[in-house]
Ligand binder design. Sequence first.
Ligand code: FAD
Length: 495
Amino acid sequence: MSQLELWSRRRFVKASTLAVPVIAGLAGAAGFAAPLAGSAAADLQNRIAGTVVVKDDENYEVWRQSMIWQRAKADRRPDMIVQAERIEDVQEAVRFAATAGMKVTTRCGGHSMAACFLRDRGMLIDISRLDGIAVDKAAKLAVVGPGVFCRGLAERLAQDDLAFPGAHCGTVPISGFLLGGGVGMNTNAWSQGMSVFAVKAVDIVMADGRLLRASESENADLFWAVRGGGPGLFGVVVRFHLQCFDAPKVIWGATYTFAFAELDAVTRLMDKLVPQLDKDVEVLYSVAALPGVAEDAPVDQRQRIYLDVNAFAASEAEGRRKLALLQRDPLIARALDKVEDRAGSFDRYYSDNEAAFPQAYWMGDNIWTDRPMEAIAVLKRHIPDCPAPRGTPVVLYMGTNSMPDAACSRIGRFYVAYYLEWDEPAQEAPSRAYCLKVFKELKAVAKGSYINEMDQEGRPEDIRDCYSPKAWARLEQLRRQWDPQGQFHGFYGQS
Ligand SMILES: Cc1cc2nc3c(=O)[nH]c(=O)nc-3n(C[C@H](O)[C@H](O)[C@H](O)COP(=O)(O)OP(=O)(O)OC[C@H]3O[C@@H](n4cnc5c(N)ncnc54)[C@H](O)[C@@H]3O)c2cc1C
């Protein structure tokens, strides 16, 4: 396999601008290194190719805020931010932190809506610039830096007719996405329900600065933790070794728009008919406000349901066949609007999903459930009262895979997420309170939550419900074994 090419960052300036808007311009900024002079931090700066920024640096606040993908900037301040340019920088930084008695967290794309990587005190290591990709077409393997965006990975793999179950939104880097499990595209067919099961191995910097390989045959217990440990991981993953798949020739799709009154009917279709479709047909719906309709308009006038279907197919004819059963259902004839026979691509798929996540104030939460009708009954009661200008529930069929033994241990037939988006800081408190109220009720029909998109800040006591009790206990035991000094911060809000 060839050396990692520095490929994705150069190619995806737009996406990286979204994720880290100010940092690139800062690297050579005059004056930023002055507070370091003569300090231990200056010593670290001299030893690495990356950048060290300390709290009393005049540019610190710009760096801190740039770590967070969205406009809501969590009010937490690490003592030092280290942006790594090379794997050796990560090792140096971790060793430095150990000597200085600093706790460490890692940040890659900063897409965690709770900004769980941002903690008071200690060191934040930003690994977003480790973003090379090397592909071995014959073996269908890719070695990928954590900072590679899912769109960048898809485009690079497409050159070799390969694909990977990346996130639905191309601006998400693979790093945090995979470590938390990964609700990725076509995961039902490609990767036993969660994208992390297509990870064959990782290279990881441990608490003592060592670089280890973890796979099923090397450091297998560490590999177990990597596959789902997410924000509770006790190391910094600096390379992912990914199993890739033959790229579909077409993503054959359709979108149906329904009246809000059809919410039960659409959910029933998801519950009863969708499981009969081929595994590589991905079906989800969202409930969203029609643009331009007044916020206080009755819910029936304001809200629409968008049922989105995508078959990852080898040909157009195969795509048509895969959607036929769904399209014959009488509900489909009741759609207010429909787009059918859509010959889509990854580019199209990503563009549609990225448009749904503009720069704004965001929060989200979710549950896994096998009881979609009951979950939707809760949401139906609360949708009319959502205080955020835009609140979008999403229901995705996940399939019924039995997952390998790994930290990623919770899933349901359905993923039910709720994304809240607002424009003014004053809308934050009511939005958060509302979300907490809704998810308190949803817990009654939940099989836990997905760590990567749960409200870790609002309900830290439920973080353990993202894992089976056995997996939670094993994660904690492995943390004690691999990080005895507690060098890495654990899950948000856990002692
Ligand atoms: C617009 C948008 C779309 C999204 N779409 C999807 C989707 O389709 N499917 C899905 O499953 N999720 C999705 N997510 C959620 C996403 O998976 C998580 O936010 C994920 O954590 C993002 O990865 P990141 O690299 O930005 O993580 P960060 O926010 O940088 O970090 C998240 C956590 O992971 C830890 N971490 C990250 N990288 C490493 C590493 N290399 N080593 C050790 N620890 C690490 C951090 O310490 C932190 O605790 C989406 C989020 C957004 C904002």
